[in-house]
Ligand binder design. Structure first.
Ligand SMILES: Cc1cc2nc3c(=O)[nH]c(=O)nc-3n(C[C@H](O)[C@H](O)[C@H](O)COP(=O)(O)OP(=O)(O)OC[C@H]3O[C@@H](n4cnc5c(N)ncnc54)[C@H](O)[C@@H]3O)c2cc1C
Length: 755
């Protein structure tokens, strides 16, 4: 989401959307740095707010209450959000290595990836459920609730770690399970909880009075506290304590002290004795200038503190200030973390204990106080102010790059048109030399030939099938954008029952310094090449030019057997209509532009757009499909209407049977519609008889334009069930029978939409 029209001069990359980075993003959004491109590489698009986690488990908060959604926050900060996991660093080449995409280059880097409980104990990895990553804990918590309900006896649950996190989780889980079982009329089956702590008393980092209060609560709630009991082994159904004692358990939650991820040290960053990134008072790495770290993953060498979200939050503001200074090459300022801090520790039942230094106090009002603090904190990220877009020719640009470079790029508007706007040949050569497109023997002259055009052999008796499509970037990540666009274009060829063979790429890249343009092009084409490779299609050429925004198009060619080619015409009365993928990308991305979508909705839509229709096309053909199309810009109804007209039949669409992407019902109902939607709706109104469904809040989804949508095919009625089953077995989980084909009754072909 671009609030930042200035040319990209520097790259700030943030790894992890932890507490510190959430604050950095908000502060960057309030005051954008012209010429700075910010990229967030985040494994999870929703960051759990640690303070509300026990309340989420206890049932006091919803998922959205307790998570910071990085999608709208990144949009607010004018940052690109790459949904991926950092797995390493190339410190010499200044790039972040990711699990699923090409490396992300940086000028300045900041790491805020948190920590995980150390699972060094034998069996803990295999048998225990670590409290982090929290997403996995929340999923496992749902399984545990189902397991408790299904069990014929009260289960034994062990929580290993008797610090604040372990105690809060124990009490929160117990509270929620008691309520769940009471509602099911099985109050007596509440699991027995065992809390294991290695130290002689629980809450070793808090004062004795706080520990005593919690001992009292834990006893009153029937939790068996095993203090001074260091768990040394976990086996299926049992934990073993140092000294030999064992305890039978059904579930083990692991909430011990934080452990560091291995990759920062492996990359060569200086770390402390426990593997946490060693940083100076400025939060900059002690070994690598330009690399910063904050939160649990960082160890401030001069001011060691315990790992707590409160420190990660407090570091947000000074980290932001120093990142601003670093990108401008200004001297950094030191920050000294506070020594004592206020902890508000909950007992699961809307009661809390406040602890700071030697002081403590407790009560229901303490919980209310904490609830107020936490909600206020979260509102800072869920209620983002509207900010104006920046000026492309901002005088601040000279703080990021030498004036000559700024002047050259600012004159981009004066750059030549026609072939003068081409991206330099050396950049292109370097990018292409690093790609390894799929090779086909029927390509006589492709990318590596020096000819003016690609040459291909077309087999005798086959039909040549061609298509072209192009659009501006839909997602932040150019690599994903490349994959999605290629998949979208391939959909046309698959829908025809044809075999794609070659592609030409047409790219427009925004003006920028050579190395930025090169990196962008490399990512984009790497995505294209990967999607084409999956479809055994060669990239045989293309054209690249500079322009206002990143745009990608592909011209594809393929071949089809004349006897097998599938077209829009061919639908027969009695056929069923099968749709292979859910709809809703148009409305979801329209909501995203207004920062009204949720991260998980967009992540779900992206996954759907990445799914190739190749397998579906083969399956539909094998089950005797009579006509087929891919659902794209005209929406489901527009494409079905096109098929009905071409086939001279009527069709019936069942609104409730249409598979819809998560979140799209909400965004449609709230009126977030694509700019193409009104055009599609006008076409639909002219031709479709919508039998009383026009008032249904979901009805607009039939006009929603799709990017990389699924296939819509007519299949003989007697084969539709088996076809659907096979589609689902192939991984098209949302494939559905959405309607039927009928004889044309009168006038032009119609699509009737039933509720
Ligand atoms: C149950 C529980 C309750 C707690 N309660 C409190 C409390 O009340 N007060 C308090 O001060 N502390 C509390 N803590 C501790 C607190 O959770 C941590 O100290 C805090 O989350 C650290 O924040 P952070 O910003 O460093 O990282 P995190 O909050 O852990 O965020 C790190 C983010 O980075 C992402 N990430 C991780 N690895 C990668 C990667 N390789 N690539 C890309 N992204 C990555 C993750 O998706 C995650 O969203 C609690 C902990 C638990 C488990």
């Amino acid at each position: 989401m671009n609030r930042q029209p200035a040319p990209v001069l520097k790259d700030l990359v943030l790894i992890g959307g932890g507490h510190s980075h959430a604050i950095v993003l908000r502060m960057l959004g309030m005051d954008l740095i012209p010429g700075l491109r910010v990229t967030v590489v985040a494994r999870d698009v929703h960051t759990p707010y640690s303070g509300m986690l026990p309340g989420l488990i206890a049932g006091h908060y919803s998922f959205d209450d307790a998570h910071i959604d990085l999608e709208p926050l990144a949009g607010f900060a004018g940052a690109r959000l790459f949904h991926d996991e950092a797995v390493g660093l190339d410190l010499a080449g200044r790039a972040v290595l990711c699990r699923n995409r090409p490396p992300v280059p940086y000028d300045v880097l900041s790491i805020n990836v948190g920590a995980r409980p150390s699972l060094a104990v034998a069996g803990a990895q295999a048998q225990g459920v670590p409290v982090k990553p929290i997403g996995a804990l929340v999923a496992r918590w749902e399984q545990l609730q189902a397991r408790v309900l299904a069990a014929s006896r009260p289960l034994q649950v062990a929580v290993v770690g008797a610090g604040a996190a372990g105690i809060e989780l124990t009490l929160a889980m117990q509270h929620a399970l008691r309520r769940l079982l009471a509602e099911a009329g099985r109050a007596d089956d509440t699991p027995a909880f065992h809390l294991f702590g290695a130290t002689a008393r629980i809450l070793p980092t808090h004062n004795r009075r706080v520990a005593a209060k919690f001992m009292r609560v834990l006893r009153a709630r029937g939790v068996q506290v095993h203090a001074g009991a260091r768990v040394c082994e976990v086996t299926p159904g049992e934990v073993r304590i140092e000294g030999g004692e064992t305890c039978a358990v059904d579930e083990v939650i692991w909430a011990t002290e934080a452990g560091a991820p291995a990759w920062p040290a492996a990359a060569g960053l200086a770390v402390d004795g426990d593997g946490f990134i060693a940083v100076a008072d400025t939060l900059e790495s002690t070994s690598h200038p330009g690399v910063f770290a904050a939160g649990d993953v960082a160890a401030v060498v001069n001011h060691p503190r315990e790992k707590a979200g409160v420190f990660a939050v407090r570091q947000g503001r000074p980290l932001h200030a120093n990142l601003r200074r670093a990108v401008r090459g200004e001297p950094l300022a030191p920050f000294r973390p506070q020594r004592a801090f206020l902890s508000l520790i909950t007992t699961g039942d809307r009661y809390a204990v406040a602890s700071r230094g030697a002081w403590s106090v407790e009560g229901r009002w303490v919980w209310k106080w904490k609830d107020w603090i936490d909600r206020r904190f979260m509102h800072r990220f869920s209620r983002l102010p509207d900010m104006p877009a920046e000026d492309a020719a901002d005088p601040e640009l000279v703080r990021l790059a030498p004036p000559e470079q700024v002047q050259e790029l600012a004159g981009a508007g004066m750059r030549c048109a026609g072939c003068g706007s081409k991206v330099g040949a050396t950049i292109l050569d370097r990018v292409l030399s690093r790609l390894s497109p799929y090779q086909r023997s029927d390509v006589v002259a492709g990318l590596d030939a020096l000819d003016d055009a690609a040459i291909e052999r077309v087999p005798d008796g086959m039909l040549a099938v061609r298509t072209v499509d192009a659009f501006p970037a839909l997602v932040d990540d150019p690599y994903l954008f490349g994959r999605i666009t290629a998949n979208h274009c391939l959909g046309d060829i698959h829908a025809m029952g044809a075999e794609p063979r070659s592609a030409l790429a047409i790219v427009t890249v925004p003006v920028g310094p050579e190395e930025k343009t090169e990196a962008l092009l490399r990512d984009l084409l790497a995505g294209v090449v990967e999607a084409l490779r999956e479809a055994e299609t060669a990239l045989v050429g293309g054209h690249t030019t500079e322009g206002a925004e990143l745009t990608l198009g592909l011209a594809l060619s393929g071949v089809a057997d004349p006897a097998r080619v599938l077209r829009k015409r061919g639908m027969q009365p009695g056929n069923r209509l099968l749709l292979t993928a859910p709809v809703g990308t148009g409305t979801l991305f329209a909501a995203r532009m207004r920062r009204r979508s949720k991260g998980r909705w967009i992540a779900g839509a992206v996954q759907s757009m990445l799914q190739s229709s190749r397998g579906a096309a083969g399956c539909l053909a094998a089950h005797g499909a009579t006509a087929c199309t891919d659902v794209t810009g005209f929406g489901l109804l527009g494409h079905l209407l096109g098929m009905a007209r071409a086939s001279d039949v009527d069709a019936r669409l069942t609104l409730s049977a249409i598979p819809i992407l998560e979140g799209a019902r909400e965004t449609v109902a709230r009126g977030y519609l694509s700019s193409l939607h009104p055009h599609n709706a006008r076409l639909g109104r002219d031709a479709a008889a919508n039998d009383g469904v026009a008032g249904n809040p979901i009805y607009p989804i039939v006009f929603d334009p799709q990017t990389a949508g699924g296939l819509l095919a007519s299949v003989p009625g007697e084969r539709a069930g088996a076809c659907l089953q096979e589609l689902r077995a192939l991984g098209y989980d949302h494939a559905a029978d959405v309607g039927s084909v009928e004889p044309r009754v009168q006038g032009d072909p119609h699509v009737h939409v039933d509720p």
